[in-house]
Design a protein around this ligand. Structure first.
Ligand code: DGY
Length: 323
């Protein structure tokens, strides 16, 4: 029997590409270029499955490709706000994602952003590299203590829980959160976490606010001028979720005016473009969407996408079906 034809839109770690080659008649993206609308449509016309990733926009236009051969989009990534799910559904295409395997690494990056921005680590590193350091002194580059402070989580899903675990059990932080679908009681108890009725309550009380909600229409510019104004002047905002959850203009103004003390960003509205003003600010840590970027996790993400696509072709229910 011939193998299903699968197109992988971007370069994957070697081990995951090797596994895909074993199971499928696979087309790889050897030079790792971002695929155009026309290329994505051609993929949908010619492959049984397409494996896109979070930087491919799978819009209604892309999904309008005719005639359609593709039966399943095995997304490489947990987030799926780049895929028009309604359009996929209308065209009868299954969509899967890769949860679980990236939880810890993404939480680690949120922790890294929090520690770096609080302790002025980016600024300090630049200071040394620029040969500006003149030596230790009691008042040099004083930052903000993290241990024992209050971490406020907006969204309490897998990644937020993992961050809460590290922050509470590793750094003695008090955890408060707001989520319309709170975690089971035993998880909350283990973290000695406290639920707050509204996001605004969390913003007002936390020393560090970390965002863990999905992207998309419902959370677009959730963190705006008014909500930033609720935060403490000494508080920090961490975003490892999706860029468009924050109104970047409002954040830039808040950072300039001292409404909040700093921000740690892994994601941006309109990325890979980063708002010019962030680049000049010392109280902002800027990462290039590194959340899941460890070799172990990226291999696991590829394997999970393969598992989903393979399950479909074996007549089984893919375990991470989104629609
Ligand atoms: C995802 O998977 O959605 C992340 O943003 C990239 O790992």
């Amino acid at each position: 029997m011939s193998k299903p034809r699968v197109i992988i839109t971007r370069k994957w770690p070697e081990a995951a590409e090797a596994e895909a080659k074993k199971l499928f008649d696979v087309q790889l993206n050897k030079n790792d270029h971002p695929m155009t609308v026309a290329e994505l449509q051609e993929a949908l016309r010619t492959a049984d499955a397409v494996c896109p990733t979070v930087s491919d926009t799978i819009s209604a236009e892309v999904l309008s490709a005719q005639p359609l051969k593709c039966k399943i989009l095995g997304n490489f990534g947990v987030g799926f706000n780049h895929i028009d799910l309604n359009a996929a559904k209308e065209r009868g295409i299954i969509v899967t994602n890769t949860p679980d395997v990236l939880t810890d690494c993404t939480a680690d990056i949120a922790m890294t952003l929090m520690l770096m921005v609080a302790r002025r680590a980016g600024e300090g590193e630049r200071h040394v590299r620029n040969r500006e350091w003149t030596g230790w002194r009691p008042t040099h580059m004083m930052g903000t203590k993290v241990t024992g402070k209050t971490l406020g989580l907006i969204g309490m899903g897998r990644i937020a829980r993992a961050m809460a675990h590290k922050a509470h059990h590793g750094f003695g932080m008090k955890i408060i959160f707001n989520d319309p679908y709170p975690p089971p009681k035993e998880i909350v108890d283990n973290l000695k976490a406290e639920s707050r009725n509204t996001m605004e309550d969390v913003l007002q009380e936390a020393d560090f606010v970390s965002l863990h909600c999905p992207g998309g229409k419902e959370t677009y510019h959730l963190i705006n001028k008014e909500r930033l104004a609720l935060m403490k002047p000494g508080a920090f905002l961490i975003n490892s979720a999706r860029g468009d959850v924050i109104d970047p203009k409002a954040l830039i103004n808040a950072l300039k005016k001292g409404t909040i003390a700093g921000a740690g960003l892994d994601v941006y509205e309109g990325e890979p473009k980063v708002q010019e003003e962030f680049l000049t600010m010392n109280n902002v840590i800027l990462f290039p969407h590194l959340g899941s970027a460890s070799t172990e996790t990226r291999v696991a993400m590829g394997m999970r996408a393969i598992e989903n696509v393979n399950a479909y072709f074996n007549g089984e229910k893919p375990r991470d079906r989104v629609v």
